[in-house]
Ligand binder design. Structure first.
Ligand code: SME
Length: 158
């Protein structure tokens, strides 16, 4: 695995987001690229807000999750959607809000996709390693989320 070069990876992210095709298709490619480039990203998904729920629109990872629809306010995903703030769990089992998807998951990061105060969706990443997500992951993923938000029109349906 090459050394993490956030600027270079950011360039690939922009290319994916600016490629032709539906936004949902591009977001699926984004999940695949992030998982491929970062060894500790074991499952990468994108949820989108529909009414009062978050709905899973695409993911890259070995397994499907049963949590394809999560009410805003529930779990780590629902908390981040409500607050608009990134959530990092170094130990998922230590947080009573955590909704388990995969028995192997040890840590998680959830990054809202937002413009101003308006949250459109979020990037959710699970890792099988404890304490896997650093401030560098947070900074990088918040830039990725912002690049997605820049390309979303108001009320966009995926
Ligand atoms: N763990 C999340 C649910 C989504 S799965 O990780 C794919 C949560 O607590 O909201």
């Amino acid at each position: 695995m090459p050394r993490f070069d956030p600027m270079k990876l950011q360039g690939s992210v922009h290319k994916i987001l600016d490629s032709p095709g539906s936004l949902q298709g591009r977001l699926k490619s984004l999940c695949e690229r992030l998982k491929r480039e970062r060894a500790h990203y074991h499952w990468v998904g994108i949820y989108w807000i529909e009414g009062e729920d978050l709905v899973l629109k695409g993911y890259a990872g070995a397994h499907e999750t049963e949590h394809t629809r999560i009410p805003i306010g529930r779990g780590i995903c629902g908390s981040a959607a409500r607050s608009g703030k990134t959530e990092i769990l170094g130990d998922v089992n230590a947080d009573p809000r955590y909704l388990a998807c995969f028995p192997s998951t040890r840590s998680e990061i959830v990054v809202p996709i937002k413009r101003g105060d308006r949250v459109f969706g979020e990037i959710d990443i699970d890792s099988d390693a404890p304490e896997a997500f650093t401030p560098a992951d947070k900074e990088f993923l918040e830039r990725v989320a912002s690049a997605v938000a820049d390309r979303v029109s108001e009320g966009e349906i995926l």
